[in-house]
Design a protein around this ligand. Structure first.
Ligand code: GLY
Length: 333
């Protein structure tokens, strides 16, 4: 089992290994724990988590962006209140990025913060969402508009849970890791090609933790993790395209080296339906540009600029402030 340490803004351990979850949970003495679980997970996996604690309660959520909502948030707060959860009790988020965002946001705000354990079950959440403390819900059609940065007690990354993940969702997560391969550590792309998923997760977590430790509050360096994300978030709002798919379809707008761009576009076809994604973007250009104006990263709403990341070549990036009109030029490529 690997133990990768996050040091900023507060220390916590990120454990990585197959079948490590129950051993780690046994170390904790819980009074009460509310398990907020993705309702798509195998019944046996949910029951085994609940059985690990004497006083556990279950709240199941359908994992989608629509349920990262104020409505779902208040339902969980009502449940915690009715069960008299106190500040020393725990919330355990058990699912993909949507579930961890919602569960973490509840944990960070209920009674000004109760203890939180994150157990990601999707590739996307294992390589990204589970680490770095960002938790949020959506509001008024704006992704992650209401959120905080909150430190969990620990993160348990157990690739055993990938057993129930459909291939499309596995590839979706791999695309987020691919992003870290392009920007931070090219070995991640090699591991993706080799289908060495434990190594993909290990290297992606190391790369992300290194960035988070230097810029935990997302003021400057951490922006690199948003590579290709601005247009991608605007796309995600418009259909059933998954986060990693949208991000990967947008790599090309931000890769400056032509050879690298062509190699990457060719490679992506092994994981996503790049042609269909491109035609979706082409047919929805205006609404995508409109959505970008509402992006929470907009620094100044008078001229709508966003600090973007451009890739000169592999693992060599630069930041540049760009405006809505620049996104229009990029989308017309
Ligand atoms: N997912 C981007 C970040 O954690 O900053």
């Amino acid at each position: 089992m690997e133990n990768l340490r996050v040091l900023q803004p507060n220390k916590y351990n990120v454990y990585l290994g197959n079948n490590i979850t129950y051993k780690l949970l046994e170390r904790f003495t819980f009074d009460k724990v509310l398990v907020i679980a993705d309702d798509n997970l195998a019944e046996i996996d949910i029951n085994n988590i609940l059985a690990a604690f004497p006083n556990s309660y279950l709240y199941k959520v359908k994992a989608n962006e629509a349920n990262k909502s104020l409505e779902e948030y208040t339902k969980i707060i009502d449940k915690l209140t009715s069960l008299s959860f106190g500040k020393c009790d725990y919330i355990l988020g058990f699912g993909g990025g949507c579930i961890l965002d919602l569960a973490g946001y509840v944990a960070s705000t209920y009674k000004r913060g109760i203890k939180f354990i994150s157990v990601p079950t999707s590739m996307l959440a294992m390589v990204d969402a589970s680490v770095g403390g960002k938790v949020a819900i959506n509001y008024n059609g704006i992704k992650n508009l209401i959120g905080t940065i909150y430190t969990p007690e620990m993160v348990i990354v157990d690739p055993y849970y990938l057993h129930s993940l459909p291939l499309r969702h596995l590839n979706n997560g791999l695309m987020e890791a691919y992003k870290m391969g392009l920007t931070l550590d090219a070995k991640i792309i090699d591991a993706i090609h080799e289908k060495n998923y434990l190594e993909v997760i290990n290297l992606a977590l190391l790369a992300k933790i290194n960035i988070v430790n230097q810029d935990p509050y997302d003021n400057n360096l951490r922006h690199v993790l948003n590579f290709a994300h601005t247009i991608a978030h605007a796309i995600e709002l418009e259909g059933s395209i998954l986060h990693g798919e949208a991000v990967a379809a947008c790599f090309k707008y931000f890769i400056l080296d032509k050879d690298l761009k062509n190699t990457v576009i060719k490679d992506l076809a092994n994981y996503i339906d790049i042609k269909e994604l491109e035609s979706f973007i082409k047919n929805n250009k205006n609404i995508i540009l409109e959505n970008i104006k509402n992006d929470k990263k907009v620094v100044n709403s008078n001229n709508y600029y966003i600090n973007e990341i451009f890739l000169n070549k592999i693992n060599d990036y630069t930041f540049k402030d760009i405006q809505i009109s620049d996104y229009e030029v990029l989308l017309n490529e």
